[in-house]
Design a protein around this ligand. Sequence first.
Ligand SMILES: Cc1cc2nc3c(=O)[nH]c(=O)nc-3n(C[C@H](O)[C@H](O)[C@H](O)COP(=O)(O)OP(=O)(O)OC[C@H]3O[C@@H](n4cnc5c(N)ncnc54)[C@H](O)[C@@H]3O)c2cc1C
Length: 429
Amino acid sequence: MTEPAPHAPSLYAATAHEAPERPPLDGDAACDVCVVGAGYTGLSTALHLAKKGRRVIVIEANRVGWGASGRNGGQLHSGQRRDQETLEDWFGFDRARALFDLAEEAKHTVKGLISAHGIDCDWREGLIHAVHKKSWLREADHEVEHLIARYGWDGATFLDREALARAIGTDVYFGGWRDGTAGHLHPLNYALGLARAAEEAGVRIHEGTRALGLDGEAGGARRVKTATGTISASDVVVAANGYLDGLCAEIDAHVMPIRNYVLATEPLGPRASRLIPLREAVADSRFVVHYWRISADGRLVFGGGETYGHSDPKDLKAFVRAHMLKIYPDLADVKIDYAWGGTLAVTMNRMPYFRRLRPGVYTAAGYSGHGVAIATLAGKLLAEAIEGDTSRFDVMASIPARAFPGGRRLRHPTLVLAMSWYALRDRLG
Ligand SMILES: Cc1cc2nc3c(=O)[nH]c(=O)nc-3n(C[C@H](O)[C@H](O)[C@H](O)COP(=O)(O)OP(=O)(O)OC[C@H]3O[C@@H](n4cnc5c(N)ncnc54)[C@H](O)[C@@H]3O)c2cc1C
């Protein structure tokens, strides 16, 4: 048996609420549903199923929230990862509308779980979108106008260049809008809160327990093998997202792991309120998005930069700081206390990959950087599907997904080339 890896050395790990160590699986076990992975997808699935009276065991190779769910930018966005007009072009208005409604529900589900279970995760309303190219401003405004006109959405306030500069403490952007229904949170404490709520509802969580294989079994039950025992379950949910690492070939073919990086400055004191007076989150329009927010203890938490190969930059603090200084050159004197990386999963079309892979085996993954809301929703829809009502799960599962060309090993060079090209376009402005 290998020891579970500790949480990445992030601001989040340093400010995480105390959580019990959950012992590894010890011997064979049986349950209704076995969930593999304790991030938002797995924990939300487990919680929603347990509330319906199902016996659920979650196994996590490391610690609860060890993956992207404990390391991300903490931004809770409105909408799906792709804009509504694109979805209308692909699927027609009615399906696009159903996807929009689910995304709105995703956001409200996160807020609802936080309040219903008293999850202390520094939730704060407000997220600003900042447009980095003048020529994109019209298109960005149009996107929001379309939401207002066709979807009756009333979350947005437009910001011209001056108003935006006042709101985010930098004049490098050309305009944008404020989404008063989105916001930000402490991602690891949100995951830990979901785990506590799931346990209170009767879920068993085993940390340090890696699924080594999924087998069928006579009588229709599934078996999940681990180094310390086997779990028999009527249904299995694979919720390993970017950390799947070959466990399931079909998911692997459709989602691609990408490394993305975040830093946290030292506490900024009164300077924090001068930077972002309302302490909202901010995300820009780059292909490799820059995203940031002020943490509850007054630090700038800034995400920027990705890698598509197999290794992280040697000096993570310097790597992300260079991105931060493009937006906030005045912060050159500020000390960087933490920098860390995390693995997210993208799909070819940047829409998530929800599937019933075979009877009794489900997955949701590939949120393409939009998982705080949609992974939480995934758990709710997976629970509904396992309970027999697949109607809403199918709205997501019917989104077509193409496998990445080149298979597991060869797809990487192709992706590196494609992604590097878009990242270069960002740099060229
Ligand atoms: C740096 C970064 C910034 C991001 N910023 C944002 C943001 O601001 N807003 C947003 O909406 N999204 C953001 N995302 C994306 C978001 O974090 C993810 O979409 C979301 O957390 C996915 O949750 P998950 O539960 O599916 O996967 P994860 O949280 O990655 O959890 C998967 C878990 O499965 C476990 N596991 C893997 N294999 C096995 C196995 N064989 N057996 C047992 N356990 C296993 C892993 O240890 C891991 O804990 C970001 C991601 C990263 C990396």
